[in-house]
Ligand binder design. Structure first.
Ligand code: IMP
Ligand code: MG
Length: 369
């Protein structure tokens, strides 16, 4: 991943793929042009790297020149295209091949055609390394295409985002979602997870996704996924992970603009952790940390018994039940601790102290991600 100005980009096309495409183009043009000595015309600035590699790969004699005409600001093709600079050579009777780094809407190409209409060239061919078919709005023929790409903004290998990125030797694509902080929050019963999640979501503008709440919401509102989940629960069966993941996906999509998510109550197994990684990956994002609140068993038992006096929750009143719940938490989360430790994403945080002290400890972990 790289950051240029305010935006994040992910690796998209490798040097090797570019090299292979350039070579293919050079060979196919050379074989079509037979004994003709072409004039390759690179369109600056973006094409400088492509043209350089292209002519090195071109197996026969050729001439090279550059012209400049397009200005492309930010991530959208600009309406006004600059005037032509640099065509000093007489191209009368010559076979000209325009070398473009990228063809997007085709506006630049239309200008090229307009300009070359008055030159009495023998033949005019268009070759572009990258081409966005979904964005192309013209009907000029593109004679040679290196790599077709989706209509998403790319940088590298000559292409820039507001001046930066031209120097990169491979191509990066704009990430769908920008940088997010996604946390899996763990803690035994009574560790203060809910309280801390509330503070963290305020402080970092995160969305708290409690799997239990998501289930209850979907079932109560009789969503398709809720009904599906309920059909398993009614039979006394576990809800398949995919159903849960689909519900979480819906939550993540509902909050696409969020700074990140706090996952609470999920994952519980390695398979679920894998599924969550895949979900995040499909959003061009990732889980950044599993943070576990660590509280000594005796303190938990005391806290829960205390809470039981007022909460009315029957499972908070019985010490044996409490101890079993705590034990169950450790049995279940041990594997996940290993899972996230293996990715250097596990952070244990001391959960004993005042609420503010604990929030402060959690913040230190998050601030360092
Ligand atoms: P068109 O005129 O819309 O076809 O766009 C052509 C010009 O826009 C190119 O020469 C580039 O300068 C710029 N451009 C189009 N798409 C991208 C992109 O994804 N990244 C960087 N520049 C782009
Ligand atoms: Mg260009």
């Amino acid at each position: 991943m790289i950051k240029l100005h305010d935006l994040h980009f992910k690796p998209f096309i490798s040097e090797e793929e570019i090299e292979a495409a350039v070579k293919r183009m050079a060979e196919s043009i050379a074989s079509d042009l037979k004994d003709e000595v072409p004039v390759f015309v690179g369109i600056l600035n973006g094409s400088f790297m492509f043209v350089s590699d292209f002519v090195k790969a071109y197996p026969k004699p050729c001439e090279v020149t550059f012209i400049k005409l397009a200005s492309y600001e930010g991530v959208k093709s600009t309406e006004d295209i600059q005037r032509l600079i640099g065509l000093t050579q007489d191209l009368t009777g010559r076979t000209v091949v325009i070398l473009e780094d990228i063809i997007d809407s085709g506006k630049t190409l239309a200008e090229v055609y307009r300009i070359f209409k008055s030159e009495k060239v023998k033949d005019l061919y268009i070759a572009t390394l990258f081409y966005k078919p979904e964005a192309y709005k013209k009907d000029f023929k593109l004679h040679y295409i290196g790599i077709e790409i989706p209509d998403k903004f790319i940088v590298g290998y000559g292409l820039d985002y507001n001046g930066l990125g031209r120097d990169l030797s491979s191509v990066y694509q704009l990430k769908q979602t920008q940088y997010m902080t996604n946390i899996v929050l763990f803690g035994p019963p009574g560790a203060g997870k809910g309280t801390q999640a509330n503070f963290l979501k305020e402080k970092y503008n995160l969305v708290h996704i409690s799997t239990g709440d998501v289930f209850r919401f979907n079932i109560k509102n009789e969503t398709a996924l809720g009904m599906l989940a309920k059909s398993y629960m009614d039979k006394g069966e576990l809800v398949p992970d995919q159903v849960t993941i689909d519900m979480l996906n819906a939550e993540v999509e509902k909050n696409a603009g969020a700074n990140g998510f706090i996952f609470d109550g999920f994952p519980r197994t390695n398979a679920q952790a894998d599924a969550l990684d895949q979900l995040m990956d499909s959003k061009d994002s990732q889980i950044n940390a599993m943070i576990a609140l660590e509280v000594d068993d005796e303190v938990l038992v005391k806290r829960l018994l205390q809470r039981g006096k007022t909460s009315g929750r029957p499972d908070d009143a019985d010490e044996t039940i409490i101890r079993n719940r705590i034990q169950e938490y450790y049995n279940k989360t041990a594997i996940l601790k290993d899972y996230y430790s293996a990715q250097n994403k596990y952070f244990g945080v001391d959960g004993v102290g005042s609420i503010e002290e604990i929030t402060e400890r959690l913040s230190q972990v998050i601030d360092n991600l």
